[in-house]
Design a protein around this ligand. Structure first.
Ligand code: BGC
Length: 889
């Protein structure tokens, strides 16, 4: 009977490949050169996605995964087919207490795994902290703080019973400054984002929680990420937008930080809503099988974004491991997996080794972060209500019990949050010694962005409004504030303790009273303004997630211009999710200081007070470029689809943000990496030492065959897979692995329906479990790609001296020119935050330059290659202030 059942979702059209003729599917290693010759040059976007099969199976000997895989093998060996399926498939939207949960394995003592947002704290609960955004945290350029933030967030998730924290974010990278979710990620630079994501992952996982690097990949805008959502705001598209990205740009930009995530041992990766080169990310064999699992050697599991699952067998064969939240559409009661995956394994369309691999990957990630079966922290909160009692299965409305235990997981994280937001604040302008403030006689604080939301800090669901100070942007990447210290509250307290007088007008449109206030003598006016953005399921003031423009919200420009026309000491503080246009007023002599405070989280007011008064000497660096106009960026969001399947061509290639400004010779207002201090620094004594590392060797040889875990005996008798018995407590809309009939053979027969042999619709080699050749750019043991890519080729040092009169931190940066005609003038390759240098003190900046740092992706050899062009290193304080340079010999 094997081979005669047609799982509902298996059709050739759903295989995530764009070739119409299945016989054209090349074997994953055949014809590679031919295929690639026409592909992949930078800036020529791909519009098709080649097939890549079979899906690479786990490597139990991978570095850092050995113990986890030994434990996983012991556990998975005992599992039945349906238990494995239960582990891979969510129970459905609002089926349990977390935003996503998979089925339990009660027989073996495994309670349900809990997936919970977000990248800034535990979402949808109480008594948890709200951390600064990733973008603000990375502006510290401080690895220790990035790690500490990850660790603290991980501890809070663990305390609530979360298994997987749905973060951090490297997609969006930040292709377009308008991108709604850029603030959830780090920076439009792959190296800075790569370090940001790796440190965060290490922190989260050291706390015993699996991190989830998301959204893989090309998830660069909110518009058209999902057809249904776009229909909701008036666009009749039929499929998610396709991000069309060439092979070189993919490797040198968008994949790069995910390589760092894999190298850091990340346990899970979320595939995105969008398509990549016209194949949905969650069934794109090129992205999941080839790039992520084969080339990067990812050993954890891939889960879908919520509703990003579009097929059954094809996604399983393309490398997906977990369906979230498990139903085809929220609350449909149907699943592409669950029952269908059970059937697909029984009938052989999905080989058993692939299901074993899914289960092994999930359980290995579980063990890797230190979990043991039977001693998981119980889930003690509920995402759908803060009420203490309620239905545990919210969608079905049943299972009344205590669902919120209101566990306070905050510890003393407020102190860390305050420090990170202050250290991530960027001082953009400071003249006439406007800052730091020193007991100003009369401090006036102006602007809605300094005050409270009249509905309270959590007054808008998922922070979907811009009322009061912008402590958090909107969407799933949020958490509920335990409190929000407003700038007004903190600055007032400081002013009063200093003996200053203090008045605030917490509105942008009280012109008469504002003018009267700031026109008084001896006023120091601090104007707070903002620009918000978020996720595409919420529209705030006409912005469908992505910003409609780069200007300040709520007449912020007019407010600044009005105040600065009357007050010669106007200090501007900006809270925003990315760059805003400041050209109209930034060089006004009355605007004496400008500060970017990002998205600071719960301690907002304290952090900005620390900066404005100099308790923290600013050293944050802008993690993006501030252009003079929107057009100056050269990239933008696609706001109008040209057809039912919107095409977003990444035709700019690797030239986003500072790479674009440098290439086109445009002077931005403030460049990437820029930021001032209350002291000054000088740079000297650049030294470069060659290490004599061994030459690069492409990896050769073969993997082992796909391992069989357990007995390998799968019954083909459908009666063995029915719901347990008539009294089984079926929960409405819940997703199960069971079959509800044993007579589905006829209805499910591929032969009858398509007139095809039962497996002829499968891409060649999709079910092949035999040994496979290694990719040259992959590694046999080490996750993250060929280990020699991380060999250190040069060590670079420079002296950094505090030449001012107060102690401070400095962020020296190292850039490289790769020298080729198509290379960006410079690319960031190293940085450090040298802390607390006393006046006159010299610190040593040191960077280990790796092979990867000096390589380009070569589309022909499908490997990293150091070109013959001369390489130059530059060291300085921003992407454009690079006083030291040296050619690499
Ligand atoms: C977002 C993800 C999030 C998920 C679960 C999706 O809409 O894109 O980032 O983790 O929802 O809330």
């Amino acid at each position: 009977m094997v081979g005669h059942f047609w799982p509902l979702a298996a059709s050739a059209a759903l295989f995530g490949v764009t070739s119409a003729n299945p016989s054209q599917f090349p074997h994953r290693y055949q014809n590679v050169e031919n295929r690639l010759r026409q592909r992949g040059s930078s800036g020529t976007p791909e519009t098709t996605s080649p097939p890549f099969y079979p899906s690479p199976w786990m490597n139990p000997n991978a570095d850092g995964w050995e113990n986890a895989y030994a434990q996983a093998k012991e556990f998975v060996s005992k599992m039945t087919l349906m238990e494995k399926v239960n582990l891979t498939t969510g129970v459905g939207w609002e089926g349990e207490q977390c935003v996503g949960q998979v089925g339990t394995i009660p027989r073996l003592g495994l309670t349900s795994l809990c997936m919970q947002d977000s990248p800034v704290g535990v979402r949808l609960t109480d008594f948890a902290s709200v951390f600064p955004s990733g973008q603000t945290a990375v502006a510290t350029f401080d690895r220790q703080l990035l790690y500490a933030r990850g660790l603290a967030m991980g501890q809070e998730h663990r305390g609530k019973g979360v298994t997987v924290q749905l973060g951090p974010v490297a997609g969006p990278l930040g292709r377009a400054p308008e991108g709604g979710r850029n603030w959830e990620g780090f920076a439009p630079d792959p190296v800075l984002t790569g370090i940001g994501i790796a440190e965060t992952i290490k922190g989260i996982q050291d706390a015993g929680v699996i991190a989830c690097a998301k959204h893989f990949i090309g998830n660069e805008q909110e518009h058209f990420r999902q057809a249904g959502e776009a229909q909701g705001y008036g666009y009749n598209i039929t499929q998610s937008l396709s991000s069309n990205i060439d092979d070189k740009t993919m490797h040198e930009m968008y994949l790069w930080p995910f390589a760092d995530a894999v190298r850091a041992g990340v346990g899970s990766i979320m595939c995105s809503y969008n398509q990549v080169n016209n194949s949905y990310s969650c069934q794109n064999s090129k992205m999941l099988n080839n790039l992520l699992k084969d080339e990067l050697g990812f050993q954890g599991f891939v889960m879908t974004d919520w509703g990003a699952h579009h097929s059954g067998v094809s996604s399983a064969l393309a490398g997906l491991d977990m369906s979230m939240p498990g139903d085809t559409a929220f609350n449909s009661g149907l699943s592409y997996w669950g029952t269908n995956l059970t059937l697909a394994v029984i009938n052989g369309t999905v080989p058993e080794w692939r299901l074993d691999d899914m289960a092994m990957r999930i359980m290995a990630a579980f063990f890797k972060v230190g979990n043991t079966v039977g001693s998981q922290v119980p889930i003690n909160f509920d995402s759908w209500t803060l009420d203490t009692y309620g239905p545990v299965h919210m969608a079905a409305g049943i299972g009344q019990q205590q669902i919120n235990h209101h566990v306070d997981v905050r510890a003393d994280h407020g102190t860390l949050i305050r420090e990170i937001a202050a250290k991530g604040t960027v001082l953009l302008k400071n003249v006439n010694n406007a800052l730091p403030l020193n007991k100003p006689k009369f401090l006036a604080v102006i602007g809605e962005d300094a005050g409270s939301n009249p509905d309270g800090p959590n007054g808008c669901s998922d922070r979907g409004c811009d009322n009061g100070t912008l402590g958090m942007a909107w969407g799933s990447g949020t958490a509920n504030f335990p409190y929000l210290i407003t700038p007004d509250a903190a600055l007032q307290a400081k002013a009063i303790s200093d003996g200053s007088t203090y008045q605030s007008i917490l509105a942008n449109n009280q012109w008469a009273s504002t003018s009267a206030l700031v026109a008084q003598d001896s006023v120091t006016a601090v104007v707070f303004v903002n620009a918000d953005s978020g996720e595409g399921y919420i529209n705030v003031d006409g912005n469908e997630g992505d910003r409609q423009n780069l200007t300040l919200w709520k007449d912020g420009d007019a407010l600044i211009q009005n105040v600065s026309s009357l007050c010669s000491n106007t200090i501007v503080v900006i809270h925003s999710t990315g760059p805003v246009l400041v050209d109209a007023w930034y060089d006004s002599p009355n605007v004496t200081a400008i500060v970017w405070a990002g998205i600071p989280g719960q301690e907002s007011g304290n952090s900005i007070t620390d900066i404005l008064y100099g308790a923290v000497n600013p050293a944050g660096r802008s993690p993006f470029t501030w252009g003079t106009t929107r057009e100056s960026y050269g990239t933008d969001v696609l706001y109008e689809p040209e057809g039912p399947l919107p095409q977003l061509d990444f035709s700019e290639g690797v030239f986003i943000d500072y790479r674009h400004f440098d290439k086109t010779n445009q002077t931005p207002v403030y460049e990437f990496g820029y930021g001032l201090s209350y002291t000054t620094f000088s740079y000297s004594n650049l030294q470069v030492a060659k290490t004599g590392a061994a030459p690069y060797t492409p990896t050769e040889g073969y993997t082992g065959a796909a391992p069989t875990i357990g007995t390998g005996n799968v019954s083909t008798n459908l009666n063995d897979y029915l719901f347990p018995n008539a009294s089984f407590p079926y929960v409405w809309q819940y997703i199960y692995p069971y079959l509800n009939t044993s007579s589905s053979a006829k209805a499910a027969s591929g032969d009858e329906y398509y007139g095809l042999a039962s497996d002829s619709y499968l891409p060649p080699h999709a079910t092949d479990g035999s040994a496979q050749p290694y990719l040259a750019a992959a590694d046999k043991i080490s996750p993250g790609g060929n280990a020699a890519l991380y060999d250190v080729l040069y060590t670079v040092t420079a002296d950094v001296t505090n030449t001012g009169s107060v102690a401070g931190d400095e962020v020296p940066q190292l850039y490289v020119s790769l020298g080729g005609p198509n290379d960006p003038p410079v690319v960031l390759r190293g940085f450090d935050r040298l802390s607390d240098l006393a006046p006159g003190q010299t610190g040593v900046f040191e960077v280990a330059l790796t092979r990867r740092d000096l390589s380009n992706w070569d589309t022909t050899s499908q490997n990293w290659v150091i070109s013959d062009y001369p390489k130059t290193v530059y060291v300085g304080s921003s992407s454009r202030k690079l006083p030291l340079q040296c050619t690499l010999a």
